[in-house]
Design a protein around this ligand. Sequence first.
Ligand SMILES: Cc1cc2nc3c(=O)[nH]c(=O)nc-3n(C[C@H](O)[C@H](O)[C@H](O)COP(=O)(O)OP(=O)(O)OC[C@H]3O[C@@H](n4cnc5c(N)ncnc54)[C@H](O)[C@@H]3O)c2cc1C
Ligand SMILES: *[C@@H]1O[C@H](CO)[C@@H](O)[C@H](O)[C@H]1NC(C)=O
Ligand SMILES: *[C@@H]1O[C@H](CO)[C@@H](O)[C@H](O)[C@H]1NC(C)=O
Ligand SMILES: *[C@@H]1O[C@H](CO)[C@@H](O)[C@H](O)[C@H]1NC(C)=O
Ligand SMILES: *[C@@H]1O[C@H](CO)[C@@H](O)[C@H](O)[C@H]1NC(C)=O
Ligand SMILES: *[C@@H]1O[C@H](CO)[C@@H](O)[C@H](O)[C@H]1NC(C)=O
Ligand SMILES: *[C@@H]1O[C@H](CO)[C@@H](O)[C@H](O)[C@H]1NC(C)=O
Length: 539
Amino acid sequence: MKTSFLWLPSIPIILATILFSISSANSEQINLHTFFQCLSNNSSPFHQVSQAIYTPNNASFLLALNSYIKNPRFLTSATPKPLAIITAKHISHIQATVICAQRYGLEIRIRSGGHDSEGLSYVSKNPFLVLDMFNFRALHIDIASETAWVQAGATLGEVYYRIAEKSKVHAFPAGVCPTVGTGGHFSGGGYGNLMRKYGLSVDNIIDAQIVTVNGSILDRKSMGEDVFWAIRGGGGASFGVIISWTIKLVRVPSIVTVFNVTRTLKQNATDVVYRWQEVAHNLPKDVFIRAFLQAVDGSQKGKKTIQVIFIGHFLGKSKSLLRLMNVRFPELGLQQDDCGEMTWIESTLFWAHFPTGTPTDALLVRPSKADASSFISKSDYVKEPIPKTGLESIWKVFIKIGGKGWMQWNPYGGRMSEISESETPFPHRAGNIFKIEYYVEWVEEGTEATNHYRKLARTLYKVMRPYVSKSPREAFLNYRDLDIGIASSRHNQTILIKSARVYGRKYFKGNLDRLMRAKRSIDPSNFFKNEQSIPPACD
Ligand SMILES: Cc1cc2nc3c(=O)[nH]c(=O)nc-3n(C[C@H](O)[C@H](O)[C@H](O)COP(=O)(O)OP(=O)(O)OC[C@H]3O[C@@H](n4cnc5c(N)ncnc54)[C@H](O)[C@@H]3O)c2cc1C
Ligand SMILES: *[C@@H]1O[C@H](CO)[C@@H](O)[C@H](O)[C@H]1NC(C)=O
Ligand SMILES: *[C@@H]1O[C@H](CO)[C@@H](O)[C@H](O)[C@H]1NC(C)=O
Ligand SMILES: *[C@@H]1O[C@H](CO)[C@@H](O)[C@H](O)[C@H]1NC(C)=O
Ligand SMILES: *[C@@H]1O[C@H](CO)[C@@H](O)[C@H](O)[C@H]1NC(C)=O
Ligand SMILES: *[C@@H]1O[C@H](CO)[C@@H](O)[C@H](O)[C@H]1NC(C)=O
Ligand SMILES: *[C@@H]1O[C@H](CO)[C@@H](O)[C@H](O)[C@H]1NC(C)=O
C-alpha cells in the first residue's frame, strides 16, 4: 500500500480518519520518512535525533520497547507496537516529537518508568509513537534550600538514593517501588509510607517544567496556576510532556522503625483487622501501618486460610513506638523483636522487599525487564469500618480465588485529612479511613489467562461494593483501571466529555471541571490523549 499521500498536512481530519482505520498489521508500512525528516529539522543540530529513534527495523527495537514494560501481559506479539520509539536525549527531541507528531496526525504515548497498570504509556489502538523519557533522569539535591530538581525519567529509587547521599535526615514522600518513574507517579498523585505525615508527592511539588502542544517549554510561572494545579494529580499525559519537577524535601529522624507482623485467622486476624480499621487512621502522623491481606496455604493440606501482614513505619525509635502501640493498638501485640531500627534510606529497601543488609545502591537498579507475573490493579476508598461479617465474606472470596489476588489497605488520616479536596486534583482526603489496592497476578501467558484473571479481579471488586465509597465509587489514578470507564470516541467532544464524567468523577470527583478547563487552556485541540485522559471543556 502506497501511503505517502497521508502526510499532506492540509487535510488533518481525513488523515486522522484514514490512520485510524489502518490496521496494526500494515501500519508498519506507513512511510515515516517525512516524519523523521521533520524530527530532524526541528531538533538541535548539536544533538542529532537519529541516534534516539528506534523503528521495528532497528535490531534493538524490541529491547528498547520491552525494557520499560513492567506488566508482561503487554509483551505479547498481539500487543499493538509503536511505529517508532523516540528515546529523547535532548529537549529539542521532545519538542520536535510533539510538533511533528501533531503535524502528521500521529498519536504519542509518553513513558517515564513504564509502570502504568493498563500499559497506556506504550500501547494504543491507533498508529502511535512512544516518546520515551528514560534518558531524562538528572537530579539535583539542594539540602541548603531543602529542595530538589528531578527529571521525569528519574526513578523513585534514584530520588531516594540521591537525597540520602546528601542527608540522613531528609526524605521525599512517594511510593515504595523504586523502579517507578517520577513522570507518571508524581503526576498521578504518588503516595507511600510518609503520607500520613506529609501527604502525597503532589502536596510537596513546588515547580515543574513541561513541553506543551506547540513545543514551548513552560514552568510554573509561565504555565499558570491552573495547569500547574492540573499536572499535580490530574495525570501528566493529558496536558503536555513533563520534563522535570522541583520538589520540597521533608525531614525525617536519623533513625526510623519498621515492622512486619503476620496474623492468621487462628491468631485472631479478623479481630485485629477490624480494630486496625478503627485505629490506624487515628494514630499520630508519625505512624503508618499498612495491612496486606491474602489467602495462603493453611496447616490442613489443600486448604487455604487468610493471612494478614501488618507492615509498619514509624518516624522515631522502637521504644516510643511500642509505648504508643501498647496504649493505642494492643490487639496487634507488637513486640520489640518485631521491630527494626534503621536509617530512612534503609527503610526504603525494607519496604521494597530487599533482604536486610542489601547495599543502598540497589535502589539505582533501573527497570530492565517485566515482572515475572502479569497483573491487574483496582482501587477503592473506605469511609466506615467494614463489619466483621463483611470481613468474613471477603475471606471466602479470597479463598475461592485461591491466592491469586491480594489487597493492600493503606490508612489515611493525619496530614491527608488536613488538605482540602480541591487543593490538588487528587480529591480523596478527609473522610476516608483507608484506601484499598486490589492486585490480581498470574504467570500464564495469553489473552485467555488475562480474561480469566480479569474476571477474578472483577469478582473481588464486586464483593467489596457494599463496603466502599459510593456515587461515585472513588478510584486512584495511579492504580489505573480501564474497567471504571474509557473515552468512547477519539474526536467527538460531546462524547469525550460524557465518558470523562464517568471515569473522571471517580478519579477526581468535583475537580474534573477545573481539569477540563485547564486542559482547554493548554491543549484545546486534545493532542495529548489516551483512553482515560481529560478532554477540553466546552466553550
Ligand atoms: C510495582 C508497582 C508499585 C507501585 N507502587 C506505588 C506506590 O507505592 N504508590 C503509588 O502512588 N503508586 C504506585 N504504583 C503506581 C504508579 O505510581 C503508577 O503506575 C505511575 O503512573 C507510574 O509512573 P511511571 O512513570 O513508572 O509509568 P508510565 O507507565 O511511564 O506512565 C504512567 C502514566 O503517566 C504518563 N506519563 C509518564 N511520564 C510522563 C511525562 N514525563 N509527562 C507526561 N505524562 C507522563 C504516561 O503516559 C501514563 O499515562 C505502583 C505501580 C507498580 C507497577
Ligand atoms: C526539512 O528541511 C529540509 C531542508 O530545509 C526541507 O527540504 C524539507 O522539506 C524539510 N522536511 C520537513 C518534513 O520538514
Ligand atoms: C535505527 O536505524 C536507522 C536506520 O538504519 C538509523 O539511522 C538509526 O540510527 C538507528 N537507531 C539507533 C538508535 O541506532
Ligand atoms: C504556545 O502556547 C503558549 C501558551 O499555551 C503561548 O504562550 C506561546 O506563545 C505559544 N507559542 C507559539 C510558538 O505559538
Ligand atoms: C485471640 O483472642 C482470644 C480471645 O480474645 C485470646 O484469648 C487469644 O489470646 C487471642 N490470640 C492471639 C494469638 O492473640
Ligand atoms: C513482610 O513479611 C512477609 C511474609 O514473611 C514478606 O513476604 C515480606 O516481604 C515482608 N516485608 C514487607 C515489606 O512486606
Ligand atoms: C457527537 O456525538 C453526539 C452524540 O452522539 C452527536 O449528537 C453529534 O452530532 C456528534 N458531533 C459530531 C461533530 O460528530
